[in-house]
Design a protein around this ligand. Structure first.
Ligand SMILES: NC(=O)c1ccc[n+]([C@@H]2O[C@H](COP(=O)([O-])OP(=O)(O)OC[C@H]3O[C@@H](n4cnc5c(N)ncnc54)[C@H](OP(=O)(O)O)[C@@H]3O)[C@@H](O)[C@H]2O)c1
Length: 325
């Protein structure tokens, strides 16, 4: 990885208190970066873990910023050499107004970030997109592996009311468009469903699906048909890797190979025989597999799913998240 002088190593992370961003902030602080983290409420208990991270006292500064508030975003980005844009609403059910709840914050947030970056001498922007911006494409030949050339079909997402997927696809496309218009260096990372131990005290959406599966719910398997997972610590590594690799460009899928539903349940039953598991689940996943070859070529390494599940469950047990009230 490239060596920088400490003067240059100041970066901004949006949505710093979230599941993925917290691991990224921890990694950046451990590598000697100075971090400007944006959060919507710096005094909230849900962001308290950030101040307890190693090196946080000296090198982490929290900024109050909603993605819709341009001035707050610009203040957080000012003085940085790079930005990791992680924040975006993660809402997959109970959506009554998709425009307000998902699309506007994802899209206007991206516009505000890029506007601030173009005004403040930012050298590189890394955007967290998702496999949701890759995989929802009925035209991609069934049974063939999806790579970074595949984009989710916005019309199809709209017609099938996959609002989260639509928000991620529109935001990622917007990021590339604005980067080109403003001469900015942008790289996007598209993780599949992310599991792993939590640093934050509240439970984020993807972690809740694994916790509920371990309590007998079939929601994960019913709502997420792709069977593609990745460890949160490997996502943080990938974000730093694409940031520090000068030749990194375009999109990067970040995922393990697909796991079939029955293999997942069999693995869990072997690891934790006393837990409850859902019955009558479909054997095969409907979606095409994803390839992370492009990311591996620049040096990305990842944990096995078994290791991720093992560490996740140890953490859930430690903090009582698996107790059946
Ligand atoms: N977890 C996964 O399986 C997965 C997979 C692929 C991609 N991703 C992407 O990874 C990113 C982080 O997700 P996560 O899983 O870490 O979920 P998370 O813990 O729910 O993080 C989402 C973050 O976005 C922030 N946010 C939402 N709306 C905002 C707004 N209007 N203004 C400012 N901040 C706002 C939230 O802040 P508050 O705490 O203030 O609400 C939170 O910090 C998202 O872009 C998501 O699409 C996640």
């Amino acid at each position: 990885m490239e060596e920088h002088t400490s003067e240059l190593r100041r970066v901004c992370v949006t949505g710093a208190g979230g599941f993925i961003a917290s691991w990224l902030v921890k990694l950046l602080l451990s590598k000697g970066y100075k971090v400007h983290g944006t959060v919507r409420d710096p005094s909230s208990e849900k962001n308290a873990h950030l101040r307890k991270l190693d090196n946080a006292t000296e090198n982490l500064q929290l900024f109050k910023a909603d993605l819709l508030d341009y001035n707050a975003i610009e203040a957080a980005i000012f003085g940085c050499e790079g930005v990791f844009h992680v924040a975006s609403p993660v809402i997959l059910s109970g959506i009554s107004n998709p425009e307000v709840e998902l699309i506007r914050p994802a899209l206007l947030g991206t516009r505000n970030i890029f506007k601030a970056c173009s005004k403040t001498n930012i050298k590189k922007v890394v955007v967290v997109s998702s496999n949701a911006a890759i995989a929802i494409n009925p035209d991609w030949p069934h049974g063939t592996i999806m790579d970074e050339r595949c984009w989710s079909d916005e019309d199809f997402c709209r017609a099938s009311e996959k609002w989260y997927c639509l928000s991620k696809t529109m935001a990622e496309r917007e990021a590339f468009k604005l980067a080109q218009e403003n001469g900015l260096d942008v790289v996007t990372l598209c993780p599949s469903m992310v599991f792993g131990p939590l640093l934050q005290s509240n439970v984020n959406y993807s972690s809740s699906l694994l916790i509920n599966l371990l309590k007998g719910s079939s929601e994960l398997i019913e709502t997420y048909r792709s069977g593609a997972f990745v460890d949160v610590r490997d996502v943080a590594d990938a974000l730093l890797l694409v940031y520090e690799t000068p030749t990194a460009s375009g999109r990067y899928i970040c995922s393990l190979n697909q796991t079939q539903n029955t293999d997942l349940i069999d693995m869990l039953k072997n690891m934790y025989p006393s837990f409850k598991y859902p019955n009558n689940i479909p054997d095969k996943n409907e979606a095409n597999d994803l390839s992370s070859e492009k990311l591996k070529k620049i040096g990305w390494k990842c944990r096995t799913l078994k290791e991720t599940i093992d560490d996740s469950v140890k953490y859930y047990q430690e903090v009582g998240l698996l107790s059946m009230e």
